[in-house]
Write a protein that binds this ligand. Sequence first.
Ligand SMILES: C[S@@+](CC[C@H](N)C(=O)[O-])C[C@H]1O[C@@H](n2cnc3c(N)ncnc32)[C@H](O)[C@@H]1O
Length: 258
Amino acid sequence: MAGFDPSWLALREPYDHGARNRSLTDAFVMALGASPQLVDLGSGTGSNLRFLAPFLPAGQRWTCIDHDPELLACLTKQLPDGIHVETCEQDLASDLEAIALQPGTGVTGAALLDLASADWLDRLAIHCRNAALLMTLSFDGRMIWGPVDPDDRALEAAFARHQQRDKGFGPALGPRAGDYLSRRLRDDGRQVHMAPSDWIFGGGDGPILKAMIDGVSAAAEEEDPSLNLDAWRARRIALVEAGQLSLTVGHVDILALP
Ligand SMILES: C[S@@+](CC[C@H](N)C(=O)[O-])C[C@H]1O[C@@H](n2cnc3c(N)ncnc32)[C@H](O)[C@@H]1O
């Protein structure tokens, strides 16, 4: 599977931080106590850590796990002052259960769940059964373009199928991952809270709108090679350049308390 481009992660970071649900953040922070220890799953270049660190007290200790050493190297160059961070190059698909969770450790992750399979989410629920768990920014399948275009439907249908490809964890649940994990955690007797964390892009968001147009159309064409989305892309880019395109991308944040 192709890795995640650090420039894409940097482009989305401010939108991710703006979209995240503050009530769930506050409840997660409260559950961690005065000397928090956290594990960040699929940390990439550290966006999740940079969002959460200012809400947490001094003395916080992080273990940031990713299988991509280049992203972890970027993370270590952008650390907030005064926190202790260890990076760990590890494959979460094969080695999830090798992550040591001390009592009281909080587990978190951003933009990861929709890559995962039902089987891996079951394993996550079991391994983190005693931990506060905050999993954020999981794509929920909503993509609302304004104005609509006649080719949106074909693009979205192929993109939805692409979301279910194996991203290294087995067949991905894609947009169903958030609901699946929440149900699984509730069935285990956990107290679970869900809240939307949608991206809302408009006239001033040209660079990320263009990246979304390229990204979703490339995925849709890869899934259905009979689709030719050149004309769709050209119409969408023209609207971006006129400051007239809007796009909402649905996400969900999930908190389970111990
Ligand atoms: C969409 S990125 C999100 C990165 C970061 N959490 C953020 O919010 O910017 C998904 C991350 O999961 C990591 N990842 C994907 N599959 C993984 C695996 N099997 N083991 C460890 N990390 C994985 C990727 O390398 C990438 O950094």
